[in-house]
Each structure stands twice: as C-alpha cells, then as structure tokens.
Ligand binder design. Structure first.
Ligand code: FAD
Length: 387
C-alpha cells in the first residue's frame, strides 16, 4: 500500500477523540513539532479515560499485550517530568490473590506460561509474605501473583495532563466538535464536523467506543461492542493499603486513594447507550464485586458506598485493542481497548504518533492489526471518496 511521505511541514494531523489515546498522541506529535488538531464531541476525558479505575498494571495482561504494557510503564515511571505534574503515578505493587486451591493452580499455570514466553515480571508470593505486606488481607489467603512497580493513577488527572502539555506545545483542541463524515478528496482527507470541514493528510481515530463508526467513515468495517463497566467509591477509612488488589480467577479491582476512600470494581457491567452518551448502573453487579471485596478484606464489611458510576468502553472480539494503519493511506486506528487501555495510553500515544509520522514503532503492533478480524474488509468507496 502506498504511504504518504510525511514531514512536519504538512497540514495538521487530525485526531478524533480526546480520551487518553487521543491526548497522548497529540502530546507526542506536538513534542516532535508536528501540528495537530484534536476533535472531541464532548469534552476532554469525558468518557472511559476520565472515569476509569486508574489501574496501572502489567499484571494479568494477555501475552500479546505485554511488550506494549512494559513500554508504557517506562513512560509511567517518568510521568511527572514528562507532563509537569506531581504524584501522577502511585508506584506500588499489584497483586492478584488466590483465595482457594483453584486460584493457586491458576496462578501457577499463569506464571509458567509467562516464563515460557520469556517474561519474569509476575511472581508468586506465599501466604506469609503476602500477609506481611498486606496485614488486613483475609487470613485464609493462599498467596498471590504480584508485580512490583505496578500501581494506580487518577484517570482524569493524567488525561487532562496529556491534554494540557500537548496544548502548551501547540496542539489545537476543538470541543465540542463532532466528526460526521470523512471523505477522500484527491490526495487528502476531508473531515467534516458539525462545525465545518478540515482537510488533512492523516486522520488518527481515537474515538473509543465510537471508533468503529469513525472507521466505517474511512471504509474500514471493524466491529466493536460498547459496554459500561461499573465502579464504586467508599467513604474514607484509615489508610491500610499501599497496593492494588485483585483476585486470581475472579474479578476484583481494589485500591485505596490518598484520602482513604476505596475505589472498587470488578468486571461487572451496567448498560451502555453509546448513541446517547448514557450509562445505567445495575445494582446486582455492584453488590457482586463489593461482596468479593468484603471477602478479601473482612474488616471492611460495613464500609459505606458513596457513589457508583459506569463508563462507556469499546470491546473487541479478542479483547486486544485495534492499533494500526487502516486500509487506506493516511488513516490510523487506535481504539477498542476493552477496559484495559488506560495503562497502555502513553505507549499507544507514542506508537500512533510514530505511525502518523511514518516512523518505525518501538513495539511490534502486529497483534493489534485492524486487519486481523474476518469481516474487517474494506468497504467499497462512496462516490465522493472515489473522486
Ligand atoms: C469503569 C472503567 C474502568 C476501567 N479501569 C481501567 C483500569 O483500571 N486500567 C486500565 O488500564 N484501563 C481501564 N479502563 C479502560 C480505559 O479507561 C480505556 O481503555 C481508555 O480510557 C480508552 O481510552 P480512549 O482514548 O481510547 O477512549 P475514550 O476515553 O472513550 O475517548 C474517546 C473519545 O472520542 C470521542 N469521540 C467519539 N466519537 C467522536 C466523534 N464522532 N467526533 C468527535 N469525538 C468523538 C468521545 O467523546 C471520547 O471522548 C476502564 C474503563 C472503564 C469504563
């Protein structure tokens, strides 16, 4: 496929979506002197990137995703200097505890699988060591799989910081502006919005749960589903946890913020209505992961839940994101992060900036190719596109 020759003198790269992926891409492009316009239909960090659980983990990743996650951790470890912020990343450890024999078996198989693939970052920690590090854990814990140096961050703070830094470096953010169509015009792309049209050579699709709609406008039929994972936050409790805790073979994400509140999630979904930007909470789902949290930390059984929410996220069929060139020159996709894209954000921003500038990416993006799905075939060009 013919690729455009891209230089900093070209017209601005147009990024659709100001979540973490769009803002991080804008940051890396701006840092390299490439003009950028970001179009966002709502406001910066309005969706998944502003409301997620803030888990920054390599733990438990699909093996295909580990190199990207490891590359991202390099950026997380220097996020304060990168974005001129304080305490952007709470570097702690992340552990998935085994609560029974089945969990311990799963842990052992997981670690062996990682070793075979050449990764050593997930380690088994036995019951006594774990209780020493997290004294409030249930005494019936078997042990856990742990990654040193994983942790958490405030999602809105990081997404906003990528935005602020990109803007300071010259990126232009236009909000609220909705992209309604994308058409080929000679060698360029015309991105039509509810506030006018922009001509560009490169479009980067960071539209999250709406990414497939944008892809379709460019001729790529990529399927994702919108879902709404839910979270709760509790009242403030005395500090007892300096790590993030999950459950082996179960679904729990548990952390304590600096003010003592706990953010708890665990795979349970509400109802997502992406067309209307709405989510609905399903209380039975909330009680399922809150009960698991009570099993892991018995002293918390009577804690008050202050608030629950859900965010709209795009899921792919294989739960790996779609990152790569579209089927037409000048179209780049980066969406479908399937509820684990916050940690990946910095490395994804770097990779999308590399693709936009036709540079070699640091990480092999083949596992994330938009073309890996059957049915992701190119749609026939419309009349305007074919001109
Ligand atoms: C409740 C919850 C908990 C999560 N917990 C974690 C976690 O602990 N760790 C982790 O790594 N990940 C987590 N995730 C996943 C993570 O939040 C997402 O993978 C990530 O934020 C996706 O970023 P994004 O930029 O692709 O999408 P988004 O943040 O959704 O941004 C896409 C943007 O595109 C805009 N857009 C869409 N269509 C158009 C259009 N036509 N014109 C203009 N703009 C448009 C949208 O308005 C939106 O703002 C969680 C997600 C949720 C919902």
């Amino acid at each position: 496929m013919a690729r455009l020759t891209r230089t900093a003198a070209m017209r601005p790269v147009v990024i659709i979506g100001a979540g973490i992926q769009g803002c991080a891409t804008a940051f890396f492009l701006s840092q390299r002197g490439q003009p950028v316009i970001v179009l966002e239909k709502d406001h910066v960090g309005r969706h998944a990137s502003g409301v997620n659980a803030g888990g920054v983990r390599r733990l438990g990743r699909d093996i295909a995703e580990i190199p990207l996650s490891v590359a991202s951790m390099d950026w997380w470890n220097q996020i304060d200097q990168l974005l001129d912020i304080d305490e952007g990343f709470h570097r702690q450890f992340y552990v998935k505890v085994a609560l029974d024999d089945a969990g311990a078996d799963l842990a052992s198989r997981r670690i062996q699988q990682l070793h075979r693939a050449g990764f050593q970052h997930e380690i088994w920690v036995d019951r006594d060591q774990l209780l020493c590090r997290i004294p409030h854990l249930t005494k019936s814990v078997f042990g856990g799989v742990l990654v040193e140096g994983d942790g958490w961050a405030l999602p809105w703070k990081i997404t906003r910081a990528f935005h602020d830094k990109a803007a300071a470096l010259g990126a232009e953010f236009r909000t609220p502006v909705t992209v309604t169509s994308i058409d080929r015009s000679g060698e360029h792309w015309q991105v039509t919005t509810d506030k006018g049209m922009i001509e560009t050579d490169i479009v980067v699709n960071c539209a999250g749960a709406w990414g497939a709609q944008i892809a379709k406008m460019t001729g790529d039929n990529l399927v994702i589903e919108a879902h709404a994972p839910m979270l709760v936050i509790t009242d403030r409790q005395p500090m007892f946890l300096q790590s993030v805790v999950g459950v082996m073979g179960g679904t729990l994400s548990f952390k304590q913020l600096d003010n003592g509140s706990m953010v708890i999630g665990g795979g349970q979904r509400g109802v997502a209505d992406a067309a209307r930007n709405l989510t609905q909470i399903i209380p039975a789902g909330l009680s399922s992961f809150v009960m698991t949290a009570g099993r892991v930390f018995p002293h918390l059984r009577d804690v008050a839940i202050l608030r629950a929410w859900a965010g709209i996220e795009g899921y792919t069929k294989d739960n790996l994101p779609i990152i790569g060139n579209g089927s037409q020159a000048g179209i780049i996709h980066g969406f479908g992060f399937s509820a684990h894209g916050f940690q990946l954000g910095p490395a994804v921003g770097e990779a999308l900036a590399d693709l936009a500038m036709a540079r070699q990416t640091r990480v092999n993006l083949t596992p994330f190719s938009p073309h890996r799905f059957a049915g992701s075939s190119r749609r026939p060009l419309g009349v305007k596109e074919a001109l």
